[in-house]
Design a protein around this ligand. Structure first.
Ligand SMILES: Cc1ncc(COP(=O)(O)O)c(C=O)c1O
Length: 393
């Protein structure tokens, strides 16, 4: 069994979540929009899930929109708010280190006349506040920020940024909290933005489930048409089992967070210290304000993609950065925006731990990574791992 150190890409669904979903799937509940008993049972399960999610966010259940995942929530929040606000302005302000779901959505909107300002960041991936101030004006129709970076784990101190934005514009503010949600408590009233995106599979819930929170009174244009579900904000029959699973996963994450965060952080620090001890390995991301589970480094002289491949063969699941850009030969846009030269950025390795990661797994991974890095370095950075030969048919 491989050692799974890629929880930032997806976290395996936990047993309690499956236990919560199975009765819903087995009962063959009706369509939550149907008027009969089976429909009412589905509606009840969906309403309970919505209330539970709202409690996790300190929000009103009517502000919770179930979606098919983080990417859809982000698309709905950004496109929905941008189109709804186009009459007042066409400028979208975001940062250079957002997830592709945000950046590509913004790039798409440029084709329709929106102007996108990608605020630069410092060497830890935190937005440059002066550049943010300069980007904001009364033509701004939306600001989209990232709470915790998925590649290097840096957490952005959102509240002061929201205050700065509010001083200039009334444009809605969206927060991508997909990567942050498992490790951070999210109180939407305190954070102060208007839209927020979360994904089920990062919370040890089901993939294909997500939430967009929308503050009451915030205008968006729906991006799906064909039904009045989710209070006309997201047409389409709801995935009741997915919503139930996401709600349960989030509830468990909330209850267990203090203990989980402390344990995972200790394991991550141990792993990071061992990586640095290999020599010519530099941690990336903020040294203190970052997610507890992410150990991201630059391994000098090696190619991250080749290292990930060799680790895979040796039984460790890791990544170079975002799973969404796997296969790209370009260095990570996040690392480049942080000012890391492209040739150094190619040595990026991200190991991400989760609640289910054990001490034994971390120790074993440390030994394996040490061997693989030493072998690759001895081979001049080339991946000379023997690929097992299988009989061809
Ligand atoms: C910060 C961030 N935003 C958005 C997404 C996309 O979420 P999903 O995989 O649920 O579509 C991810 C997934 O990696 C992410 O890390």
């Amino acid at each position: 069994m491989a050692i799974y150190l890629d929880h930032a890409a997806t976290s395996p669904m936990r047993r309690e979540v499956l236990d919560a979903m199975l009765p819903v799937l087995r009962a063959g509940l009706g369509n939550p929009s149907s008027a009969h008993a089976a429909g009412r049972a589905a509606r009840l399960a969906l309403d309970e899930a919505r209330e539970s999610v709202a409690a996790s966010l300190h929000a009103d259940p009517r502000e919770v929109v179930f979606t098919s995942g983080g990417t859809e929530s982000i698309n709905l929040a950004i496109k929905g708010a941008a189109w709804a606000g186009k009459a007042t302005g066409h400028r979208i302000v975001t940062t250079a280190v957002e997830h592709r779901a945000v950046l590509d959505t913004c790039t798409h909107l440029e084709k329709f006349g929106f102007e996108v300002i990608r605020v630069p960041v410092d060497r830890y991936a935190r937005p440059d506040v002066d550049a943010l101030d300069a980007a904001l004006d009364d033509r701004t129709c939306l600001v989209s920020l990232l709470l915790a970076n998925n590649e290097v784990g840096t957490i952005t101190d959102i509240e002061p940024l929201v205050a700065r934005i509010r001083a200039v514009t009334r444009a809605p503010i969206h927060l991508d909290a997909v990567q942050a949600a498992p490790s951070m408590s999210l109180d939407v009233r305190e954070l102060g933005m208007d839209l927020l995106s979360v994904s089920g599979h990062k919370l040890e819930g089901p993939a294909g489930s997500g939430v967009m929170w929308i503050r009451r009174g915030t205008a968006i244009l729906p991006q799906h048409h064909g039904g009045s579900q989710e209070r006309h904000r997201r047409a389409g029959t709801e995935d009741v089992a997915g919503a139930v699973g996401l709600a349960r996963a989030w509830q468990l994450a909330e209850t267990e967070r203090p203990a989980t965060v402390a344990r995972v952080r200790d394991l991550r620090d141990r792993l990071l210290a061992a990586l640095v001890a290999l020599g010519d390995v530099e941690p990336t991301g903020h040294p203190r304000d970052r997610l507890p589970g992410i150990a991201s480094v630059l391994v000098g002289g090696l190619d991250g993609a080749s290292l990930v491949h060799a680790l895979d063969l040796a039984g460790v699941c890791a990544s170079t950065g975002s799973a969404c850009t796997t296969g790209s030969s370009e260095p990570s846009h996040v690392l480049v925006a942080m000012g890391i030269p492209a040739d150094e950025a190619r040595g990026a390795l991200r190991l991400s731990l989760g609640r289910s990661t054990t001490e034994a797994e971390v120790d074993q991974a440390i030994a394996i990574i040490g061997e693989v890095v030493a072998r690759q370095r001895a081979n001049g950075g080339r991946d000379l791992v023997a690929i097992p030969v299988t009989a061809t048919p």
